[in-house]
Design a protein around this ligand. Structure first.
Ligand code: NAP
Length: 292
């Protein structure tokens, strides 16, 4: 058996086409959705992510603002910029690209962003709202995974879901979204005993570890939906060294799974798409409040 491919590129293109229509509609009401992105330092991966986010805005017809700070920037300079953007009614989303240099306290920076403009969904209040099932901006990667499951007709309600990874940006919000959708969720991490015993009974297996090709076909339940969040480079000395790969050994897992995301072309494209969707939603809230 070879698994169905859950194609993030195709789904992302569909969602972005609808977004462009909705952006045009809100612009006709006099509101142009605007995302402000703050980048501190010269981490090359962060620079690529920010470039893609800005390009995504432009393609969707949204406005974007980009603010660059050197790696030795004072946290106060960034906090002052966040305060200015919070007060600017033409800005609907604010994002500080992570990770930040060591002189920054990540929590202080994230919580300085106005809750209503926190389109990454990392502010403690948005996390709390999500955990209580209240309206909130959902963190973009788990939100994108839920869209992929829905588009792939993967039944979440009643399923046994196993999430590997408990980070604040992927694992924990992923578990909350799956729980709210009716799955029975187990969260695994580096201290989990007998990981394979958990993965082998998962109807839905979400892998967000950061270890190349860690989950193999023999750890997958036949017919399961396998979502690979990982984004890694194949280590030097191995075949295809330097190429992008996930946390799942796609070749062996696809022979066992019922549905699977590839890397690249699975979860990755959906993350920025959901960021754009959150920014549009923020602008729509403003337009509705203004009666625009
Ligand atoms: P992270 O903060 O480093 O968290 C990794 C998690 O994996 C931790 O909870 C850790 O457990 C767990 N873990 C590590 N080794 C393990 C093992 N041997 N067995 C079981 N669990 C283990 O990473 P992250 O930010 O969540 O990202 C995870 C991966 O997703 C990375 O490859 C990242 O690049 C990728 N990512 C992709 C996207 C996208 O758009 N596609 C977005 C975000 C992240 P402990 O908590 O016990 O340490």
């Amino acid at each position: 058996m070879s698994a169905r491919i859950l194609d993030g590129n195709a789904l992302s293109a569909d969602v972005r086409a609808q977004l462009a229509v909705d952006v045009a509609a809100i612009k006709a009401r006099g509101v142009t959705p605007c995302l402000a992105v703050i980048l501190v330092g010269d981490n090359p991966a962060s620079a690529v992510y920010v470039r893609n986010k800005v390009a995504g805005c432009e393609k969707a017809g949204m406005r974007s603002l980009k603010f660059d700070y050197p790696a030795d920037a004072a946290p106060k300079a960034v906090l002052d910029k966040i305060a200015e953007l919070n007060a600017d009614p033409s800005v609907h989303g604010i994002l500080v690209q992570l990770p930040l240099p060591p002189q920054f306290d990540e929590k202080t920076i994230l919580e300085a962003i106005a809750v209503g403009k926190d389109v990454d969904g990392f502010h403690a209040e948005n996390v709390g709202r999500l955990s209580q099932g209240q309206r909130a901006f959902f963190p973009c990667t788990p939100h994108g995974v839920m869209k992929l499951l829905a588009a792939g007709d993967v039944e979440v309600c009643g399923a046994d879901a196993v999430v590997i990874g408990r980070s604040n940006i992927v694992g924990k919000p992923m578990a909350m979204l799956l729980t709210q959708a009716g799955a029975t969720v187990t969260v695994c991490h580096s201290q989990t005993r007998d990981l394979a015993a958990h993965t082998r009974r998962a109807d839905i297996l979400i892998v967000a570890i950061g270890r190349p090709l860690f989950i193999t076909g023999e750890m997958v339940k036949p017919g399961a939906a396998v979502i690979d969040v990982g984004m890694n480079r194949i280590p030097a000395g191995q075949p295809d060294a330097g190429k992008l790969c996930g946390d799942v050994d796609f070749a062996s897992a696809r022979e066992v799974a019922g549905a699977i995301t590839p890397v690249p072309g699975g979860v990755g494209p959906m993350t920025i798409t959901m960021l754009l969707a959150n920014t549009l939603e923020s602008a729509q809230r403003v337009a509705n409040t203004q009666g625009a």
